[in-house]
Design a protein around this ligand. Structure first.
Ligand code: NAP
Length: 462
């Protein structure tokens, strides 16, 4: 059987974010399982959205990397960074060397809104802005024009709150974090004084969570502004709220904002509800305003509450629009993909063909690629555990790879040929120490290196 001293289970995990690390943790906890785990990660740097998604002013959330660090240093685990699946290493190669492959690739694109003006200069997915301020190498050449006093953020989730907050936060406060230096410099010059956040449904349907909305009330120099008329709930929302503690607390917080009579800060976050963006307007190819239609809520056939337009419109002048309407998965070479849900189709984490439903033996999925872009970092832990249950059930009957391919050194030989500048975990620790040391000089948790060639230089010189 696979997973014994005679035939140790060889596992590849694609993606070294939270979902990948919780998968490795659950595997390492299996009693009587003899296994070795190899991570393949696109960037030299591990930790996925903890590094590239979690807001820089939420450092405490990043403490979770200590657990991932311990997992990565387990002798059964290896890390191959700077390796892109589908480019540097292919599906067919991994199938030769691993009994089980786990896709932990997250959801790397943004959802489109399908409205006119979405592609004007100045209209961006919030995911790009998040990547930019977090030092994600893909977004370091982005130019966000912060010269207009108003920005509009579309969406009512925690990412919308993150980007709205960063846009109006005091740069001196941000300077104490690990925000990317280029973003910090631009934010210091920012003329944005008001962020209007647009929710298409009402306050009782907002997707953000209690701590995140509450935080807008304690930001230095920032007024959270809500019109109490926006908080008058329809009868269906009143009923729904009675059974939803998170939504009840959100509405309570919003009511406390609406009750404020003094707005002493120099910056505003204005929360608007029941408005759908209809068009992003522009001049000379550049965003100038957003037109919204006011909505009311109607019950759909499933008992859910949907926004329906009332035929009344309003326009907000703005120089920047960040569309924060959710992330979207992207297909991987050789791996099934559901083009409607943007997920890797699966049953209990076992990858299946998108239309026939046939199993892809020995292939698994965890995290956002499995369930869609929902939940907080910790949600990935039980999610990974449930996929590992499937993996352990399967090892009894999986044929596994040929025994002559079981030697862990073989994949290293291939990588050395195809991508000699791949990065090991000890290489990452060199870069990690470099970033932390730079940070200490400025009283910051770290100063990030944001470009891959520079990361490799630091590693080579370390
Ligand atoms: P999300 O929670 O799914 O929120 C998406 C928002 O976009 C919803 O308010 C949704 O409204 C709205 N929306 C969707 N399509 C729209 C359209 N066409 N027009 C207008 N609005 C539209 O997604 P997210 O904010 O990207 O966050 C992803 C996940 O990461 C969430 O689980 C979130 O909690 C988590 N996260 C957590 C933290 C934290 O814990 N601090 C920080 C960031 C992210 P409807 O409800 O009407 O569809």
């Amino acid at each position: 059987m696979l997973g014994t001293e005679a035939r140790p289970l060889r596992i590849a995990i694609i993606g070294a974010g939270p979902a990948g690390f919780y998968t490795a943790e659950a595997l390492l906890k299996q009693k009587d399982l003899v296994c070795s785990i190899d991570f393949f990660n696109r960037f030299p740097t591990p930790f996925g959205l903890v590094r590239e998604g979690v807001a820089p002013d939420h450092q405490s959330i990043k403490a979770v990397t200590r657990i991932y660090d311990r997992i990565a240093q387990n002798p059964q685990v290896r890390y191959f960074g700077n390796i892109t699946f589908g480019t540097d290493i292919h599906h067919e190669t991994l199938k030769r060397f691993y009994d089980q492959i786990v896709y932990a690739v997250g959801a790397q694109a943004d959802r489109r809104m399908g409205i006119a003006g979405e592609d004007l200069n100045g209209s961006f997915p919030a995911t790009a802005f998040v990547g930019w301020y977090n030092g994600h190498p893909d977004y370091q050449d982005m130019e966000f024009d912060l010269s207009h006093p108003r920005a509009v953020v579309i969406g009512n989730g925690n990412v919308a709150i993150d980007v709205a907050r960063i846009l109006v936060s005091s740069p001196d406060e941000l300077a104490k974090t690990d925000i990317a230096d280029t973003a910090l410099a631009k934010l210091r010059e920012s003329k944005v004084r008001e962020v209007v956040m647009l929710g298409r449904r009402g306050p009782a349907q907002a997707a953000f969570t209690n701590a995140e909305i509450k935080e807008l009330g304690v930001l230095e120099d920032v007024n959270p502004i809500v019109d109490s008329a926006d908080l008058e709930l329809d009868e269906h929302s009143v009923i729904a709220l009675a059974e939803d503690k998170v939504a009840t607390k959100n509405v309570d917080t919003l009511r406390s904002f609406a009750a404020r009579t003094e707005h002493n800060g120099t910056r505003n976050i204005r929360l608007r509800f029941l408005v759908s963006p209809m068009e992003i307007l522009g001049h000379g190819g550049k965003v100038t305003a957003v037109t919204v239609e006011k909505n009311h809520l109607v019950m759909d056939e499933n008992g859910g509450l949907r926004a329906r337009g009332t035929g009344t419109f309003e326009t907000f002048d703005a120089g920047l629009v960040l569309r924060s309407v959710g992330y979207r998965g992207v297909p991987l070479e050789g791996v099934p993909f559901d083009e409607i849900s943007y997920k890797i189709p699966n049953i209990a984490g076992r990858v299946i063909h998108a239309t026939s439903g046939d199993p892809h033996e020995g292939e698994y999925v965890v995290g956002w690629a499995k369930r869609g872009p929902t939940g907080v970092i910790g949600t990935n832990k039980p999610d990974a555990v449930s996929t590992v249950v499937s993996m352990m059930e399967d090892r009894a009957h999986l044929p596994g790879i040929a025994d002559e391919n079981r030697n862990p050194a073989l994949i290293e030989t291939i990588l050395k040929e195809r991508k000699p500048d791949y990065v090991t975990y000890s290489d990452w620790k060199v870069l990690d120490t470099h970033e932390i040391t730079r940070g200490q000089k400025q009283d910051r948790p770290r100063v990030k290196v944001t470009r891959v060639p520079e990361m490799l230089t630091v590693i080579n010189e370390g």
